[in-house]
Design a protein around this ligand. Structure first.
Ligand SMILES: Cc1cc2nc3c(=O)[nH]c(=O)nc-3n(C[C@H](O)[C@H](O)[C@H](O)COP(=O)(O)O)c2cc1C
Length: 486
C-alpha cells in the first residue's frame, strides 16, 4: 500500500484494508483441530491449522488488516493468509477500507467472482484517472453501492465524501489535483477501483471517452447492454439467480391467463382445423415438448446430430451488400440460414458439449456453420463437467444431457450496427433458434430442452475469449429422450 502523504499540511491516516467475514458467516474449531466456516445451517471445512489460530482468526469478525499478516512470513502469518484465501475462494469474505483507528467503514468491497482478491496497482501524482462509463451508483436497500459489469467486486460506499470524490471523477482528474480535494478518498481506494476497472488511467491529453476505455469489442457495447448481459447470467455476479420465487411472500402468483378484456368476443373456435387435415407443421407444434430425461443406452448418433445441425443452423448461402451511408460505405457480408435473425446478422455461434453421442468423442466442439463441421476445443475436464452439471441442475434432470448446445453471441456483429437494442435483438434471435431446435428435435424423434441460465465466466475460461467479446446467451440440451426411444 502506498501512503497518500501530506494534504494541505495535515497528515491524514492512510486507509487500511482488512479482510472481514461476511455477516452471516462464523468460524468454528472442530474437534479434530480443523476450522470450519458456518453459515445458513451449512458448514464448510477450511483445513487443519495449528491450535491457537482460531483465536487469531476471530479478528476476521471485525476485520483483520492485510498488513497484519501479509509481510512478516511467520508460520502463523502464513496460516492466516491461507485461511483468508480459502475463505475468499468460497465467497465468505468482504473487504473493509477504513482510516486506521476509525470504527466506521469508508468503503466495503463485496466480491462478485470467486477469484476476486483486492489488488492495489501503483498510482503516481502525474497519473490521470477517470470513471469507467460502465460504472454506476445505485441504492440497494439502505446502502449506496458502486458497481460495474466489468468489475470483479462491488463497492459499498459508506462515507458520503467518497460519493463526492466519485462525482469529480466523471471527468479526467490528475492524482496530484485530486489529493488537494477535501473529499480525496486515498490512493488505496483509487487503486482498488482501478483493479476492478471502475476507474481507468488515461493519457494526460486524452478525453477519457468511449474509445479510450478498452478494445474495439468494448467500445461497441452500450452501458445497459453490458450490464444486462452480466447481471442476467451466472459467473460475474453474486446475486441470487434463477427460480427462487423472491416475491412469493409478498404477493400472490399472477394468473396463468390474462384477465379478460370486457368487449364482446368474436369466437374463432368455428374456424378450428380438424386434426385429420392439420398441416405437418401444426402437428409438430402441438407435439413439441421439453425432454429432460435421456436414454443413455441409445444415445443420439453423430449422423443424427449432423442432420439436426444441417437442418437448423448451417450456412445455406452467402451474399454481400454495400452500406449506403450517402458516401463510400463498407461492403457487408451476410449469410442465409434456416432460422431468421435480426438484420440478417447471424451473430449466434454453437458450442457443443458432447457427453454421450454415438460416433463422437466426449468433448467440447465449435460448430463451424459455414463448413458444416465440428471443431474440437481442448478444455479442462472439470470445466466441461461443471458445464454439464449446471445444465443437469437447471433441468432438475436425473443425468447430464447427451449433447449440451451453448448458444454464444459474437456481440460485435450486432452492436456494430444497432444502438440501444443490440442485446435485446440477440436474446430474440436466441428464442427463434431455440424454437427451431425444438421443432427439428420433435421432427427427428429426438428430445430437447431449453435452459435459461448459463455461466459466462465458465465459458470464457473454456474458450479463452473475454466475456464481452463472444459469450453464452442461451443453452439447449438434446439427445434421445428416455420416452422417445424407437
Ligand atoms: C427461454 C426458455 C428457458 C427455459 N429454461 C429452462 C430451464 O432452465 N430448465 C428447464 O428444465 N426447462 C426450461 N425451459 C423449458 C420450459 O420449462 C418449458 O418449455 C415449459 O415448461 C413448457 O413445457 P414444454 O416445453 O414441454 O411444452 C425453458 C424454456 C424456454 C423457452
Amino acid at each position: 500500500m502506498r501512503s497518500p502523504g501530506k494534504i494541505k499540511g495535515r497528515q491524514i491516516a492512510a486507509p487500511t484494508i482488512s479482510a472481514r467475514l461476511s455477516s452471516h458467516v462464523t468460524l468454528e474449531a472442530q474437534a479434530d483441530g480443523s476450522i470450519a466456516a458456518c453459515f445458513d445451517g451449512y458448514s464448510t471445512g477450511l483445513g487443519k491449522f495449528n491450535p491457537g489460530l482460531i483465536d487469531r482468526a476471530q479478528a476476521l469478525r471485525t476485520g483483520l488488516p492485510f498488513t497484519s499478516f501479509a509481510s512478516n512470513g511467520s508460520v502463523s502469518d502464513k496460516e492466516i493468509d491461507l485461511l483468508v484465501r480459502r475463505l475468499a475462494r468460497r465467497g465468505l469474505l468482504e473487504y473493509r477500507l477504513a482510516r486506521s483507528g476509525e470504527r466506521n467503514d469508508q468503503v466495503v468491497i463485496e466480491p462478485q467472482i470467486p477469484d476476486y482478491w483486492p489488488q492495489t496497482s501503483k498510482l503516481a501524482d502525474a497519473d490521470v484517472v477517470v470513471l469507467s462509463r460502465f460504472a454506476y451508483l445505485r441504492r440497494r436497500g439502505n446502502e449506496m453501492i458502486l458497481e460495474s459489469p466489468r468489475a470483479g467486486a462491488l463497492f459499498r460506499i459508506c462515507d458520503p465524501k467518497v460519493a463526492s470524490a466519485l462525482t469529480l471523477l466523471a471527468t479526467p482528474q490528475k492524482i496530484s489535483k485530486l489529493r488537494r480535494q477535501d473529499s480525496f478518498p486515498g490512493l488505496e481506494l483509487l487503486a482498488l477501483l482501478m483493479d476492478c476497472q471502475i476507474l481507468f488511467k488515461i493519457e494526460a491529453d486524452s478525453d477519457g471517452l468511449r474509445a479510450n476505455e478498452g478494445d474495439d469489442n468494448l467500445v461497441l457495447w452500450d452501458f445497459h447492454d453490458l450490464l444486462f448481459h452480466a447481471r442476467s447470467t451466472e459467473g460475474r455476479q453474486a446475486n441470487p439467480l434463477g427460480g427462487l420465487y423472491p416475491c412469493a411472500g409478498v404477493m400472490p402468483p399472477p394468473p396463468a391467463v390474462r384477465p379478460r378484456w370486457p368487449g364482446k368476443k368474436i369466437d374463432l373456435g368455428k374456424f378450428a382445423t380438424p386434426s385429420e387435415t392439420m398441416s405437418p407443421v401444426a402437428k409438430l407444434l402441438r407435439e413439441r415438448h421439453s425432454t429432460r430425461d435421456f436414454d443413455d443406452q441409445h444415445p443420439i448418433t453423430l449422423a443424427e446430430l449432423a442432420q439436426f445441425l444441417d437442418n437448423t443452423a448451417r450456412v445455406l448461402s452467402k451474399w454481400e451488400s454495400p452500406l449506403d451511408l450517402g458516401g463510400d460505405g463498407p461492403v457487408i457480408a451476410y449469410t442465409t440460414r434456416p432460422y431468421p435473425s435480426g438484420g440478417s446478422s447471424y451473430e449466434l455461434e454453437l458450442y457443443l458439449a458432447a457427453a454421450n453421442c454415438e460416433g463422437l468423442g466426449r468433448g467440447f466442439y465449435h460448430y463451424d456453420a459455414d463448413r458444416h463441421a465440428l471443431v474440437p476445443i481442448e478444455v479442462r475436464p472439470q470445466d466441461f463437467d461443471a458445464m454439464l452439471n449446471s445444465a443437469e441442475f437447471a433441468m432438475d434432470a436425473p443425468g447430464a444431457p447427451q449433447i449440451l448446445v451453448t448458444i454464444a453471441a459474437r456481440f460485435d456483429r450486432i452492436s456494430w450496427k444497432y444502438s440501444s437494442l443490440a442485446y435485446s435483438l440477440i436474446l430474440k434471435d436466441v428464442g427463434v433458434l431455440i424454437q427451431t431446435f425444438y421443432m427439428m428435435a420433435t421432427d427427428m424423434g429426438l428430445g430437447g430442452c431449453a435452459i435459461g441460465t448459463n455461466n459466462i465466466d465458465l465459458f470464457a475460461r473454456m474458450t479463452g475469449i473475454d466475456f464481452h467479446i463472444e459469450g453464452p446467451v442461451g443453452q439447449f440440451a438434446i439427445g434421445r429422450g428416455a420416452q422417445e426411444q424407437t
